[in-house]
Design a protein around this ligand. Structure first.
Ligand code: SF4
Length: 88
């Protein structure tokens, strides 16, 4: 019996978005000096980061990467906690 509903992700699946220099070089947040804005406290808004993400060409892929790899902070215009979306 096979379980086709569960798909194991391998590193190779993530490499196109995690390790591609070409990919991340298009990040709108690249070089942003306001590091704390990307890891807001629960009581803080993240309008600063959200506004930058809104104009980022890899926004969808970035959020997907965060959820698939357990990231925390603002990714793709949303806030994640260990890969779980906690604020839109
Ligand atoms: S979507 Fe936001 S966090 Fe992701 S790369 Fe773009 S600017 Fe950075």
């Amino acid at each position: 019996m096979t379980n086709t509903a569960v798909q194991e992700l391998t590193l190779a699946d993530l490499l196109p978005i995690s390790d591609s220099k070409d990919y991340w070089q298009h990040a709108a947040c690249k070089g942003d000096p306001n590091h704390d804005a990307w890891f807001p406290y629960p009581s803080q808004d993240f309008d600063y980061a959200r506004t930058i993400c809104a104009g980022c060409p890899i926004r969808r892929e970035c959020g997907d990467f965060a959820s698939r790899t357990g990231q925390s902070g603002v990714w793709g215009g949303h806030e994640y906690d260990r890969g779980n979306l906690i604020r839109d």
